[in-house]
Design a protein around this ligand. Structure first.
Ligand SMILES: [Zn+2]
Length: 344
């Protein structure tokens, strides 16, 4: 879509419309929104800017400067499940990666999009801009789920425990290096959320806890290749340096122990952050060097019962599955109780 140059402040451009999904456009400082109606376009544009400020402050301690190019945001209102996907292209001169383009698409009931999917997707943009390169999937999704509302986080906590109890957990030494979604995709969301929440809490919660997690990721990611974020040694190093734990395995043990006792509350949320839920859907594209393309779009969601509401949309394409499949021997099998519903 061609970006129209518009004066500083947002204004609405009603297009001739090619369908109900994009009847109106609304442009803000950082987003170019298309939605079924003018009112919706304006509402989503304003909320996108709101979450963009809020999520940046929660993670980075400050707002992000305006992006050089507006991020297209396609809003499709539909009944049924909600989901979204944000695709990034990364470039840079080698010393410092940057996001060179981004595109966001969300679909579902308006309420759920505003309350959940949008803040989740916006969190992806904060992480992408901070690192200037693809973020390990478990933290990219786990960190974004942290932005979701109490109910969604609770659901992820429950699902994480169920998966661990069922022997479907993935060892952190494997999970942390995954550059793509595992076949057992819901594990990445649920476990990624659980570990992210644990680490944020362990790091002191709030901006401090999140910045420690970012630090942990920056160190852990070092020395990887196109298929792996970092190495076992780089993650061990990150565990030592940031959390004072000898190894990733030791950190894993502490995370599992924390889940066992007490029956855990739903972890660190974005301090008084409004709600947010889910995310990802479709359109995955292969990474290209030196310009990497990354989408938060998840591959096909596995069939699970009972269905997980938080299992965002489905995706039309499957992403490649590098050597990331786990074997039974790689999975921890702790026995965990269901979490208590958070109170606050
Ligand atoms: Zn996501």
């Amino acid at each position: 879509m061609t970006l129209r140059r518009l004066p500083l402040h947002a204004l609405v451009v009603v297009l001739a419309s090619t369908g109900p999904a994009a009847a109106a456009n609304y442009t803000t400082a950082n987003f170019s929104v298309s939605a079924p109606t003018e009112a919706l376009a304006r509402q989503f544009g304003d909320m996108a800017e709101h979450y963009r400020r809020e999520k940046a402050q929660q993670w980075l301690g400050q707002e992000m400067p305006n992006w050089p190019r507006r991020c297209p945001l396609e809003v499709k209102i539909a009944a049924g499940g909600a989901g979204g996907a944000t695709t990034f292209t990364f470039g840079g001169d080698g010393s410092r990666g940057v996001v060179t383009s981004q595109h966001m698409e969300i679909h579902g009931p308006a309420r759920q999009l505003l309350d959940s999917v949008l803040p989740h997707e916006i969190t992806h943009t904060v992480l992408a801009h901070h690192f200037g390169r693809p973020v390990p999937r478990w933290a990219d999704e786990g960190g974004s789920v942290l932005s979701e509302n109490d109910e969604e986080r609770f659901n992820h906590d429950v699902r994480n425990r169920e998966l661990l109890n069922a022997g479907r957990g993935i060892r952190l030494s494997v999970l942390f290096r995954m550059a793509e979604y595992p076949r057992d995709m819901i594990v990445l969301y649920a476990q990624g959320y659980s570990v992210s929440a644990y680490l944020v809490e362990r790091g002191g919660n709030g901006v401090t806890g999140r910045q420690r997690l970012l630090q942990f990721l920056a160190i852990g990611m070092q020395g990887g290749d196109s298929r792996n974020h970092g190495t076992v040694e780089s993650w061990n190093q990150a565990a030592r340096q940031v959390y004072g734990v000898n190894s990733l395995d030791a950190l894993e043990e502490q995370w599992l122990n924390a889940l066992k006792s007490p029956p855990s509350r739903v972890a660190a949320r974005g301090d008084r952050a409004p709600a947010t839920p889910t995310a990802a859907t479709p359109v995955s594209r292969p990474a290209v060097d030196p310009v990497a393309v990354r989408s938060s779009a998840a591959p096909v969601v596995p069939v699970l019962e009972p269905p997980v509401r938080a299992a965002r949309g489905t995706a039309p394409e499957r992403e490649p599955l590098p050597g990331t499949r786990t074997t039974p021997a790689e999975r921890p099998v702790p026995v965990l109780l269901p979490p208590e519903f958070p109170r606050n």
